[in-house]
Write a protein that binds this ligand. Structure first.
Ligand SMILES: [Zn+2]
Length: 259
């Protein structure tokens, strides 16, 4: 990697160091996740202060010295200002950035993941229903990082699904009403304890298919009744967190403020 690099980066995490400094985690279009030393950026006098705020998306010129990156130039592109004034928006945006930081790879570009994150933050900023953005982000993120569930037909018998069906979270497949009890019995015989099935309505299945198949900038252009939206949110969250094999403190916080 060159001594000096120019990157488009979203500030997804920050660690405060003393009075004036921060370590910033950027997810960049060009090099994936990068950790950047922000010397003095907390000072009001710093010309990099705006570009190093949480959720800021900026153009950076970074200099590499030994193992660390330092900011030479920064130019704010988008700061998602409206997110900051509302605790529900703020907490969802923090979770979205947390997931993006978690699944991005250091030094490895994933423009689709960053675009998904930016599009989601843009929707939160505009005031779109947070539950909808959360669910669609979670499922599309699973698709982008390569473990999308098979949503086409019943994953056991291959029939077209009609009426209610089930998602087999751990195996990333849908099951019809006939196959679900059979799959449960088989797992019982095998002594498996990891099964997790969730009931899906036809509307929820249609929304899930739309989320993973639509163009990147259109993945939020769907509507669902309130009950189906709650279900979608629960299913997408269970799917993503089970496949990442951990939860998120920011997710718990987002859910706690909705209670
Ligand atoms: Zn079946």
């Amino acid at each position: 990697m060159a001594e000096r690099i120019t990157v488009h980066g979203l500030c997804v995490r920050e660690t405060e160091i003393g009075e004036a400094d921060k370590i910033i985690t950027l997810v960049t279009m060009e090099y994936g996740r990068l950790s950047v030393s922000g010397k003095g950026v907390k000072s009001l006098k710093s010309r990099h202060m705006a570009a190093t705020q949480p959720f800021a998306y900026s153009l950076f010129t970074l200099r590499k010295s030994k193992k660390n990156y330092y900011i030479e130039e920064s130019e704010l592109i988008e700061c998602f200002w409206e997110i900051r004034g509302d605790i529900e928006k703020l907490s969802l945006a923090a979770y979205i950035c947390d997931v993006c930081a978690d699944v991005s790879v250091e030094g490895e570009a994933d423009p689709e993941l960053l675009r998904l994150t930016l599009n989601s933050l843009f929707a939160v900023n505009k005031g779109m229903q947070t539950e909808k953005v959360k669910a669609a982000f979670e499922l599309r993120c699973a698709e982008v990082i390569g473990f999308c569930p098979d949503l086409t037909v019943c994953g056991a018998c291959g029939c077209e699904l009609s009426g209610d069906s089930y998602i087999d979270i751990m195996n990333g497949r849908l099951l019809c009403r006939d196959c679900k009890p059979r799959a449960e019995r088989e797992e019982e015989l095998e002594g498996s304890t990891s099964r997790l099935y969730m009931l899906l309505s036809p509307g929820t299945v249609a929304a899930m298919r739309y989320i993973v198949q639509s163009a990147p900038e259109r993945f939020l252009s769907f509507n669902l009744a309130e009950d189906d939206m709650h279900l979608l949110s629960q299913v997408c969250e269970a799917y993503l967190t089970n496949h990442l094999e951990h939860g998120f403190g920011t997710l718990n916080f987002y859910k706690s403020i909705l209670l």
